[in-house]
Design a protein around this ligand. Structure first.
Ligand code: ZN
Length: 238
């Protein structure tokens, strides 16, 4: 029997469980997506976000709402200040910084990469990630912000969320600087990262200023995969 027909038979007799079937197209991995016109995304209600229009994948939004409610009960206010951003939007951020930062190009790219992704490499493309409350670590280190951060560190994993960009350590020694505001929904994001590593290469990371530095700086290895996964979230089942 030929391999192909054997595979077909195997699929017929041992179909993948429904949750293993990816509910996204490969284009969505690199942010070629319009969440407002996508059936798998929901528009966030205004009480959850400072944005007029913000979108997350349905299952991410459902988990966020559950977390938001329990946080509220504990006296912690969670407010999304950025959610899904497509490649076009990210290119706007990237090109603006590229044109204003100056300096030698490679250094410039590295400087932007301290906190901002190259278009096509952001977890914000996936509809699984969002920024909460303030885009400054200092906010999360005293007073109200510290209370928010401590609550998230103690509880977010129970809803499937983790902070991918932690401080540098032996475990995480490359990638973006720490972002205490950026949280990610593990069940979907981990599948998307796996697919990204299988299907996306530097040929697809084009179309923005300085795009030749994507490969030079190994952004897939150092940034897309430069995350720390809170091991408590591995047990989460949605
Ligand atoms: Zn973010």
């Amino acid at each position: 029997m030929k391999t192909a027909s054997f595979l077909l038979l195997a699929l017929l007799f041992f179909p993948l469980p429904p949750k293993e079937v990816p509910s996204y197209a490969l284009d969505e991995l690199i942010g070629i997506v319009e969440p407002s016109a996508h059936r798998g995304f929901d528009k966030l209600r205004s009480k959850y976000t400072t944005k007029g229009k913000a979108y997350l994948r349905d299952e991410v939004y459902a988990a966020f709402k559950a977390m938001w409610k329990d946080a509220k009960r504990a006296g912690v206010d969670l407010l999304i200040i950025s959610a899904t951003r497509n490649k076009q939007y990210q290119s706007g951020i990237w090109n603006r910084k590229w044109n204003s930062f100056g300096g030698p190009e490679e250094t410039r790219a590295e400087r932007i990469l301290q906190y901002s992704s190259m278009p096509g490499t952001s977890r914000h493309h996936w509809g699984t990630d969002f920024d909460l409350n303030a885009l400054e670590n200092s906010y999360f280190e005293t007073g109200e912000g510290l209370k928010v951060y401590q609550w998230l560190r103690a509880n977010a994993y129970k809803y499937g969320f983790f902070q991918p960009y932690t401080g540098y350590s032996a475990y995480r020694d490359a990638g973006y600087r720490e972002e205490k505001w950026h949280w990610s929904y593990y069940p979907t994001a981990s599948q998307m990262l796996r697919a990204y590593n299988q299907h996306i290469g530097y040929a697809q990371l084009k179309g923005f200023q300085g795009d030749r530095y994507a490969e030079k700086l190994e952004v897939i290895n150092n940034y897309v995969n430069g995350i720390e996964v809170d091991e408590r979230v591995l047990e989460f089942k949605n």
